[in-house]
Design a protein around this ligand. Sequence first.
Ligand code: NAD
Length: 436
Amino acid sequence: MKITVVGTGYVGLVTGTCFAETGNDVVCVDIDVNKVNKLSNGQITIYEPGLEKLFERNLKEGRLHFTTSLAEGAKHGEVIFLALPTPPGEDGSADLSYILRVADDLGKIIDDYKVIIDKSTVPVGTAELVQAAIAKHTTQPFDVVSNPEFLREGVAVDDFMKPDRVVIGTRSERARKVMGELFAPFVRQGNPILFMDEKSAELTKYAANSFLATKISFMNEIAILCEKLGADVDMVRRGVGSDDRIGKRFLFPGIGYGGSCFPKDVQALVKSSEDANYNFKILNAVMDVNERQKLFLMPKISAWFDNDLKGKHFALWGLAFKPNTDDIREAPALYMIDALVEAGATVAVFDPEAMANVKRLIGDKVTYAANQYECLTNADALVIATEWSVFRTPDFEKIGNSLNNKLIFDGRNLFDVSRMEELGYHYESVGRAAAK
Ligand code: NAD
């Protein structure tokens, strides 16, 4: 099938590459000239495990092309995916200007039947707005479909190739047939393609992300209670997660969720609820808890240093909002850095993939270490903000020898408390007793 993907970021590049991998002829469009040039020259623009190999193969075999021309893209694809940004607007609602601008332009360009697909996360009613924006300029037949994306950064290729489910919102028989054919190779193991109306599909995405964010904030509150009452959140988590109705995943406490999706999607659903005259109480609490949680370690750090961090130096491991990505959007580490620097401390950082993005964003606010151990030199304590695998079994002797104090504040509960006690560390984490 001839496919066009408009927007070649995390979702668009994975979508385009994976469709090419299943034999489709794909053109990816982006307004970022630099990005398009790099991709056309075989240089991948994001870090995503497994993507580079597929990208190189499909580029070489001529099934994957990149352009800045929407007209070229629109001419090429019988299906056109919109994988455009939907950042939060000032009032918290999703900013639809990227989507509607492209829809408007497509209306002026299309000259044949097209299936135009919202892959971006968009509020209920957006398919209708896109339909209207296109119809304003054309009498050509077309259908607008809602096909929210559930991939997770870090495992995006696997998620795309073997999705738990594919949600397709359309009431058009013609579009349904095209979408069914397109996604059939991805659900051969028997996972469902769920056809529904456009609004239900749009809401499904927000409901899924908001539910996951709720699970995280819920466990973060349980962790706080554990510390206050003397329980151990690791034990509670296991006890709770063994119940099939609850499940083991997304129950890990920490210093809050970040990324480009959960924060903005929860906020957008709250705003949609307000617009519908409904106060979504749970989600307001989920957001409050997450805001507080990002700085959960700060009172512990301050208390250790007698509330005076001036002149102290910290090593910080982990910058990406989660492991296996270079994405730093809304990363809790950035909030930690701000708080430490504001309190008068200096910070050296290390992350396996996200250093360049952080450097672009905050420049010399921190120093950048070549590896996780160099980062520790002359530091008064180590702070951990992201659970990269490479941090899980470090050389504790080396850490102890490099740090000024055997002191670790762990926002991701990577280590066993009693082991840290044996090793002679003062170790503080989330929802567990401190090793002293
Ligand atoms: P992104 O910012 O990584 O990529 C968006 C791309 O669109 C950028 O490359 C940008 O240059 C390009 N763009 C902007 N305006 C354009 C235009 N007029 N024409 C062509 N290209 C244009 O964003 P993303 O993370 O890929 O997210 C895209 C959408 O998918 C969002 O709605 C997001 O909520 C949703 N989503 C993201 C994820 C994720 O993990 N990142 C997962 C599921 C859904």
